[in-house]
Write a protein that binds this ligand. Sequence first.
Ligand code: C5P
Length: 230
Amino acid sequence: MTNAPVICVDGPSGAGKGTLSTKLAEALGWHLLDSGALYRIVGYACVLRDISWQDEARVVEVAETLDVRFAPSPSGVSVWLADQDVTTQIRSQDGSRGASAVAVLAKVRGALLERQRELATFPGLVADGRDMGTVVFPSAALKIFLTASPEARASRRQAQLLEKGESVSLRRLLDSINERDERDINRSASPLVAAEDAVHIDSSALSVDAVCDRVVELAAGKGLIARSPN
Ligand code: C5P
């Protein structure tokens, strides 16, 4: 690992981590790690190879040999598994279920650890996930724990899915979010928990811009950036 600065953005599903992290990385000109995408791709690669999400040994093999590429695209970032664009598939509800299932496996998490740490290069990295501040980058200079009410999270997720043409009721989304959170919080390997030194931000009533400004301010206060961009 280099000593490039890292800002961790952890928290439960749908709290707005992805949107915040993308905006923050853009504003600072830093790299972005969407660690959830890695778990989603592992889950999806298992489906393609007919491997059960519970078969730890085979899922580890998938994680270790993952041929993944993130490429800029007109709609943001597209995710490639070998020569297949899997952006849509991994973001679906099934993609979420697969990610959440393989993410409980300790050896799978271990297999993805170095891949994530290697991304901490200059000028800096914004790392989005569940265990960024506790396990992957424990010495990160700034750790954010982003939360939002379950209702706000479910309705944001609904809007995201609708944009992709997937229509799911709020009730079902709320159940699915609660189920994933429960599994993330209660698993023994790297459970979802705020780092002791994390700054907690509740985004329920805040715009993305307001949250981003607050984090930029915190980063400037820690000397991670010279000044607030714009
Ligand atoms: O962030 P995203 O919703 O894309 O993550 C998908 C799933 O991957 C989460 O529900 C969680 O179970 C898992 N995950 C994880 N650790 C991370 C990132 C995601 O366990 N650092």
